[in-house]
Design a protein around this ligand. Structure first.
Ligand SMILES: CC(C)(COP(=O)(O)OP(=O)(O)OC[C@H]1O[C@@H](n2cnc3c(N)ncnc32)[C@H](O)[C@@H]1OP(=O)(O)O)[C@@H](O)C(=O)NCCC(=O)NCCS
Length: 182
C-alpha cells in the first residue's frame, strides 16, 4: 500500500503518513477549512492518531474511509487530502470528500485531485457510482463538484445534526457511464 500513487499533471495522491501530521494539523485546524467538516484535529497528537488509525486498512475495504494526501509533484509538499468511503454493504459505490490548505486553493488543484481520484475509482477499481455530500452553503465545494461533472441528485432538508443544529445536505453523484462519455 505504501507505493500506491495516483499521478496527475501537477499532483501525486498517496496515502497519508505520520510525517504529514504537522502539515495536516496546520490546515485541518483552520476554522475556515473545517467549517463544514465533521472532523478537525484539536492538537498535533489528534492529527497523528488520525493518520495512525488509517495505516492498516487497504484501499477498497468495505465500510472504511481511505485517506490520500494531495501532494505537489515538485516540491513534494502536502497541500491537502482527499478521502474515499467504501460503502459497507456493496462494493460498486463510493463516497468522496476533499480538503485543500488555504494557501493552495484557487489554482485548480482540488479539481485536479478529484479528477485523478475519480479516474482511479472508475477505471482501476471499476466503481459504478461515486457521490459526495455537501452543505448547501459550501459554495466552493459545490463549484468543484460541478466542474468535475458531478450532478446534483438530492437536497435533503435539515437531515444532519451538525455542530449543534439541523442542517441541509446536498448529494452530488457521477456514474461510470457519465465518466466514460464526458
Ligand atoms: C472545496 C475546496 C477544496 C475547493 O477549493 P478551490 O480552490 O475552490 O478548488 P480548486 O482547487 O479546484 O480551484 C478552483 C479555482 O481555481 C481557479 N483556477 C486557477 N487555475 C486553474 C486551473 N489550472 N484549473 C482549474 N481551475 C483553476 C478556478 O477558476 C477556480 O476559481 P473560482 O472558483 O474562483 O472560479 C476548498 O474550498 C476546501 O478545501 N474547503 C474546505 C474543506 C471542505 O469544505 N471540503 C468539502 C467537504 S465535501
Amino acid at each position: 500500500m505504501a507505493n500506491l500513487e495516483i499521478q496527475t499533471e501537477r499532483l501525486i495522491l498517496s496515502p497519508l503518513v505520520r510525517d504529514d501530521a504537522a502539515e495536516l494539523f496546520g490546515y485541518r485546524s483552520d476554522p475556515e477549512v473545517c467549517r463544514y467538516q465533521t472532523w478537525a484535529p484539536g492538537s498535533l497528537d489528534d492529527a497523528r492518531r488520525f493518520i495512525d488509525n488509517l495505516q492498516s486498512t487497504p484501499l477498497d475495504t468495505p465500510g472504511t474511509w481511505f485517506q490520500f494526501g494531495i501532494r505537489l509533484r515538485a516540491p513534494r509538499l502536502l497541500v491537502g487530502d482527499i478521502g474515499v468511503h467504501f460503502l459497507p454493504d456493496e462494493s460498486y459505490q463510493a463516497e468522496i470528500g476533499f480538503t485543500l490548505a488555504p494557501g493552495h486553493q484557487g489554482h485548480g488543484l482540488g479539481t485536479e485531485a478529484v479528477n485523478g481520484l475519480l479516474n482511479h475509482l472508475f477505471v482501476s477499481l471499476r466503481k459504478h457510482r461515486v457521490f459526495a455530500s455537501v452543505d448547501p452553503n459550501n459554495l466552493r465545494s459545490i463549484k468543484l463538484l460541478k466542474r468535475v461533472g458531478m450532478r446534483q441528485e438530492a437536497h435533503f432538508r435539515e437531515s444532519l445534526w451538525f455542530k449543534g443544529k439541523w442542517v441541509d445536505d446536498i448529494v452530488f453523484a457521477i456514474l461510470e457511464s457519465d465518466w466514460k462519455t464526458r
